[in-house]
Ligand binder design. Sequence first.
Ligand code: UN1
Length: 489
Amino acid sequence: MQQYKLLINGEWTDSSTNETFENINPATLENLATLQVASGDDVNRAVKSAWDAFPAWSETPPPKRAMVLFKAARILEERKEDLSALMTREMGKVLAETRGDVQEAIDITLYAAGEGRRMFGETTTSELKDKFCMTILRPIGVIGMITPWNFPMAIPAWKIMPALVAGNTIVMKPASDTPLLTIKLVEVLMEAGLPPGVINLVFGPGGTVGSAIVHHPDIRAISFTGSLETGKWIMGECARSMKRVSLELGGKNPIIIMDDADIDLAVEGVVWGAFGTTGQRCTAASRVIVHENVKDEFTQKLLARTRSLKLGDGLHPDTDVGPVINPSQLEKITKYAGIGKEEGANLLTGGSPAKPGLPGYFFEPTIFTEVDQNMRIAQEEIFGPVVALIPVSGLEEAIEVTNNTMYGLSSSIYTRNISHAFKAIEKIEAGITYINASTIGAEVHLPFGGVKGTGNGFREAGTDAIREFTEVKAVYVDYSGSLQKAQID
Ligand code: UN1
């Protein structure tokens, strides 16, 4: 059994605790590896190592930093199959999706590498003669990153790659359920020539290791993807030390189905959005807001498709839906199925844990119908294969229901009416709106993030990728040779 130590200054070094934790396959309960738990002192060492590496890395020209990423992308492409299979074993989702996760990591690596030659500022005029004005992008310093388990490689890569090109150094704590894929990603970067100390990895619980990162006085910014609850806590803690923080939190993502929609297409979109990744995406479709004129046809077709889904080990080619990540998630999803019943929603199918011949953590794909928009199952993020169908009588009501949530990440409308589509684009409060496509599958060259409780205004990937990890400096060059005074008549 492989045991992983902490990565500090380019070396795998023993933690100062004697504690370890296990990395478990959620389908088979096979133990894949053990990992050492970091202490506060270990986090201090990691932060020191990141600062020691900072001067040389931040002074390396961005196009040169980017060359490490181009090389890393090539290595990731060569290893895509092996990494995907390992990810399915570690995280559970089916092989087609773990290939997608690795591909997304490759895409952002190439995209961020390209940004090495596009770190544009602005140039502008001055209100004074013989004076030149511009902005430049500067690295922030040491960044603390805390990542979730549902995209074990793509989400760490969304953060790491732009931060590196921008010249920062990193202390990262990957999710305790899926550290292996982050380790593999960082190993690839080191093979590609990343200098020691530029990325440091520490492992262990959020309550101790995550907290030590959040509270560390020498970490300048935190980038976190995870739950709203933890995000709020991090933001509050960072306020005390004026630490910059970017948050990507939950979603309660709607699909609106109008009575002019292609119903078969909409059914495929809902199945993919609600049950793909076993519903464990922050972009997962968890509310279906369906026009009453097509409700019955849609519901029947959705039920038939849902019943045809096969649960199992994601490595098996026949499996459609893999396990959920761990026992506490299984318990949470089971609890929500109970809440839905108590609230008076109609449980159409599913609602219970499943045992598809494997000992792992499976839950039946679940549909509730006749859901009221204010029920807890229509408001709270369940993060499992559970979808709530809410009937509405028209577009206006559909948009009202859509926006009746504390979140605002992804959203979708199925309609053949162009004016419905554009009204939805305009009125839906969300960071992402899809027309005639599901809520999942954002591409890396567009900004990713959401409004309201989903985040704090930052976007990852896309044209904002570098912005998340840089400070803007305004520069004034006065070549008049005399004292010129702006704003003074
Ligand atoms: C997430 O669930 O946290 O758009 C990220 C998507 C993926 C990323 C999801 N590209 O569904």
